[in-house]
Design a protein around this ligand. Structure first.
Ligand code: SAH
Length: 253
């Protein structure tokens, strides 16, 4: 198991920055990240932070110039490589603001590789605000020590996704009408997978039939109660992660 290094302290603020980071690089932050470091955390010259960029891993950096609107940082040593990300996609029908923000945050914390908004017949919100979702994902990744961000796909129609579904990826379809228990289905299909969670109104019979006809699809149940879409998504990701062995990897941190 990897021991937590004595230095730098685990409590250093963590910040996502646009790639790529490298040893010896100098970078200038403006706008919200600069405001966060200076005005919110009250950091100044000589203070250290951790940076990650979703590509090269995590680095320690020192503030070398602190202005009211601009922070300049010198990148030091690499602390960690980018984490290994379990190959799980989460397909969910957009739900209302607030709930979808929560879902993006939880999916990021739980470690999904890719978030895919799916437009179904009964989807309430036909659009998602990708920028806002990404901001929630970044904040979650900063807070939970991830060195990778989930990819955020453009919203896609369910029929189009089914038509072009990758041959080697299991589609675990959360069907409130029943199916195999998710933990068992996940264990039976090791490898790339996706979880599909429907909208608050559920799937239409036609959609259900189209999904079930896909050879890669497995209908799964999430238990005897009907969960809200956001609860269903977080619960399903947690069960998949545990079943796929992600929760045995505590020492990777
Ligand atoms: N209005 C629908 C419920 C939709 S719940 C109805 O009354 O039937 C939103 C989504 O969460 C569903 O489409 C399904 O993907 C998932 N879900 C909720 N509870 C579930 C359960 N017990 N088993 C499987 N999927 C569930």
């Amino acid at each position: 198991m990897v021991q937590t290094p004595a230095w730098p302290p685990a409590s250093l603020p963590r910040l996502y920055v646009a790639p790529p980071l490298s040893a010896g690089a100098t970078l200038t932050l403006e706008g919200p990240p600069a405001h966060y470091l200076g005005a919110v955390l009250r950091l100044g010259e000589g203070d250290r932070v951790k940076l990650f960029d979703d590509q090269t891993g995590e680095w320690v950096a020192e503030i070398v110039a602190a202005g009211r609107k601009r922070m300049t940082l010198a990148v030091g040593a690499k602390l960690r490589e980018r984490e290994a990300v379990p190959d799980l996609w989460l397909l969910f029908a957009p739900i209302k603001r607030g709930r979808i923000d929560w879902l993006a945050e939880k999916a990021t914390e739980l470690g999904v590789a890719r978030l895919v908004p799916v437009l179904t017949r009964r989807t309430i919100a036909q659009r998602t605000n990708s920028e806002r979702l990404l901001a929630h994902m970044i904040e979650a990744a900063e807070q939970c020590e991830r060195t990778a961000l989930p990819a955020l796909a453009e919203p896609a129609r369910l029929a189009d996704l089914i038509e072009a579904w990758p041959a080697g990826r299991a589609l675990l379809f959360a069907d409130e009408q029943g199916g195999a228990p998710l933990a068992a289905a996940a264990a039976a299909a090791p490898g790339p997978a996706a979880l599909l969670i429907g909208p608050e109104g559920g799937f239409t019979d036609e959609e259900r039939a189209a999904i079930r006809a896909l050879p890669q699809a497995r209908a799964v149940t999430l238990g005897p109660r009907i969960l809200r879409a956001d609860t269903a998504a977080a619960a399903a990701v947690a069960v998949w992660m545990a079943a796929a062995g992600d929760w045995d990897r505590h020492g990777d941190r």
